[in-house]
Design a protein around this ligand. Structure first.
Ligand code: GTP
Ligand code: MG
Length: 215
């Protein structure tokens, strides 16, 4: 059973944290998700107010971003989305933002020359969460910036995840927990897979919520 939190009014919320190296597209991905959900009358989620973005003059996140989405399927179900600030100097703060996460979305900058930065970011995450990471908190991966040239392939990234101990071979007992990987473009006007991937992230929350007897 997934952990969950209940507010005084009986609402239930899950905390989803977007993690990844600075510039990988976390803020952009959440921003685009909010825009898509607002535009689409059939969306299964609806933004509650604006996404709170705190940024440096260059656009990088200062502290964190936070936004709330409400499920349209289950009226009492909410998602609190946070993006960490990826710049090195915000490391102590990331630990705090991560606290209590019910799911982690690793946003990878798909460009080959960002491979080391992506690995560093995942290693930092692993050091903050008890191992194996995927067993404790569901992990999802967005292989972002698919519109750009010189990308790491999905298979290469799976190999990297394997080396870092968060992806297991088919016959391994933990392979069912392997993080699903989504190839995405987070830029709003040419976005790919942003809404679809989010629906996958929350699928289990929606299911376990139903199992609790809420409809
Ligand atoms: N080409 C392309 N650019 C992207 C994509 N996603 C984000 N960007 C750009 O990458 C830059 C950084 O994006 P942000 O969303 O601010 O990155 P972040 O992960 O929030 O970075 P920090 O807040 O520093 O941790 C911006 O200029 C975005 O427009 C994408 O899918 N494709
Ligand atoms: Mg950001």
């Amino acid at each position: 059973m997934m952990p969950m939190r209940k507010t005084e009014t009986g609402d239930i919320y899950y905390k989803i944290v977007y993690w990844g190296t600075s510039g990988s597209g976390k803020t952009t991905a959440v921003d685009t998700l909010f825009q898509l959900a607002l535009k689409d009358p059939d969306a299964s989620i609806i933004p509650m107010g604006d996404l709170t973005k705190i940024s440096t003059p260059t656009g990088a996140t200062n502290y964190f971003d936070r936004g709330i989405l409400k499920s349209k399927v289950n009226e009492k179900l909410f998602y609190h989305l946070y993006t960490v600030a990826g710049q090195t100097r915000f490391q102590p703060l990331r630990n705090k933002v991560l606290f209590g996460a019910d799911a982690i979305i690793l946003v990878v900058d798909g460009q080959l020359d960002k491979l080391e930065a992506n690995k560093e970011s995942l290693n930092e995450l692993k050091n903050l969460v008890d191992l194996p990471l995927v067993q404790k908190i569901p992990l999802f991966v967005m292989l972002n910036k698919q519109d750009l040239p010189n990308l790491i392939s999905k298979q290469e990234w799976i190999d990297v995840l394997g080396e870092l101990g968060v992806y297991f071979p088919k016959n391994h007992t933990l392979s069912s927990k392997n993080p699903p990987i989504f190839e995405t473009v987070a830029l709003a006007d040419i976005q790919q897979n942003i809404y679809e991937s989010f629906n996958k992230f929350i699928e289990n929350f929606e299911k376990s919520f139903k199992n609790l007897g809420y409809h």
